[in-house]
Design a protein around this ligand. Structure first.
Ligand SMILES: [Zn+2]
Length: 197
């Protein structure tokens, strides 16, 4: 016997997991990728492009697929129909970035950009300021309200706030609709009773 006393060496994976801090994925990188890729599929943005009220950009194709299959990830549950997105009037530059319809300035994700919910035109803040845009779109002339001006630079906190407001509004609309249906049912029951009497 000479094997006693020795412990059977177990297989040890000597792979050390280096905990690299994810800080090196810089904020500007995240912002710039949001300006070039569909927020939903992460595919490069390709026309037709739509935007939501949070100023997020999507390939319309990806939105349609999710609406059809009803498989939106939870963070996109503020989109339940095509009414929740706007078709954008924009061009894509050779480098794959959205351009201002007036100046052809590229949206980097950091420079300030807007689109109008009323007409869908994508315009940089520089163009808005230079041409003093107030109540009519400087691209197509469609009148707009302040609430139609959607920033493409909302912070995550601002986006979450808008998302919750949309969800609340949808919920209230649903309740009103249900209430209306119930009242109609009550009325129809009353009607039947009256007939019986
Ligand atoms: Zn317009």
């Amino acid at each position: 016997m000479g094997n006693d006393g020795g412990s059977i060496p177990g297989r040890q994976d000597l792979v050390k997991v280096h905990k690299k801090k994810k800080k090196n994925v810089s904020d500007s990188f995240i912002k710039s990728s949001k300006s070039q890729y569909c927020s939903l599929s992460k595919d490069p943005l390709k026309k037709p492009i739509v935007g939501d009220k949070l100023g997020q950009l999507y390939n319309k194709k990806n939105i349609l697929e999710c609406l059809l299959n009803k498989n939106f990830p939870k963070i996109f549950n503020h989109i339940t129909s095509l009414k929740d997105v706007k078709d954008l009037n924009c061009n894509i530059s050779k480098s794959g970035k959205i351009e201002c319809r007036i100046s052809l300035e590229e949206f980097s994700g950091i420079n300030k950009f807007y689109f109008l919910w009323s007409c869908g035109c994508v315009i940089s803040k520089n163009s808005i300021d230079e041409l003093n845009m107030k109540d009519k779109c400087i691209v197509c002339g469609t009148p707009f309200k302040n609430s139609d001006l959607i920033s493409m630079n909302y912070t995550n906190e601002e986006k979450e706030k808008i998302r919750l407001e949309i969800l609340k509004e949808k919920n209230e609309r649903k309740k009103r609709k249900n209430k209306g249906n119930n009242e109609n049912k009550d009325n129809s029951n009353l009607g039947k009773k009256r007939i019986r009497i």
